[in-house]
Ligand binder design. Structure first.
Ligand SMILES: [Fe+2]
Length: 199
């Protein structure tokens, strides 16, 4: 099984950014339980999990995605707080903890298909990850503000009341997701990637 120590190894640098040790422990405990519920019984297996089923991920796994989104949201939040007179506050504990658990529900939403690929699980068809993730996090006593990050970081949050930290995680999430989708559609302009049909 995946242990607390395993999760601390995967996310230790980000967990260290959380000033409330009880909140950091909740993140670790929720990840351990999410891995258990999703059947991710080893780190090796977890590291094969793609971060989305919506588009080919070019090897970017779920752990990499979670780390990139959380670091990205943190960096953007720090830049906004440092270079503007913000008329609201960003809570960096909520931001980092929220980033680390924003896709918790994907641990139950994605499963191996038995043929070397991955598919949506029965649980995932019943509840999309923002809902299942918020439900799981609620069991661990996360504050409502972090449940807002989880429940409203994706399209479920469009037009809904959101915490500043939710907005930051949403933007970091889509900043990592959209270029991959565009790359796969041939609409991402890069030096390396040729559009489909290019000679
Ligand atoms: Fe995400």
């Amino acid at each position: 099984m995946i242990t607390r120590d395993d999760i601390r190894e995967l996310f230790g640098d980000l967990l260290a950014e959380i000033t409330d040790p009880a909140l950091a422990d909740k993140v670790v405990d929720a990840w351990v339980e999410g891995c258990r519920l999703g059947g991710w019984d080893s780190v090796e297996k977890l590291r094969t999990m793609p971060f989305t089923l919506l588009t080919p991920t070019h090897g970017i796994d779920f752990v990499q995605h979670t780390r990139a989104v959380t670091h990205g949201a943190l960096a953007l939040g720090r830049a906004m707080a440092a270079h503007q007179d913000l008329p609201y506050e960003i809570d960096f504990d909520i931001l980092v903890a929220g980033g680390l658990v924003h896709d918790l529900g994907k641990l139950m939403e994605i499963e191996p298909d038995g043929m070397g690929g991955f598919r949506k699980s029965h649980a995932g068809r019943c509840l999309r990850h923002p809902i299942s993730g918020a439900a799981l996090a609620a069991r661990f006593g996360f504050p409502d503000e972090i449940l807002n990050v989880i429940a409203n970081h994706s399209k479920e949050g469009d037009g809904r009341p959101q915490r500043p930290e939710t907005v930051l995680v949403h933007q970091a999430d889509f900043a990592t997701f959209n270029p991959i989708v565009m790359l796969n559609k041939g609409t991402l302009i890069t030096e390396k990637a040729a559009a489909p049909g290019d000679a």
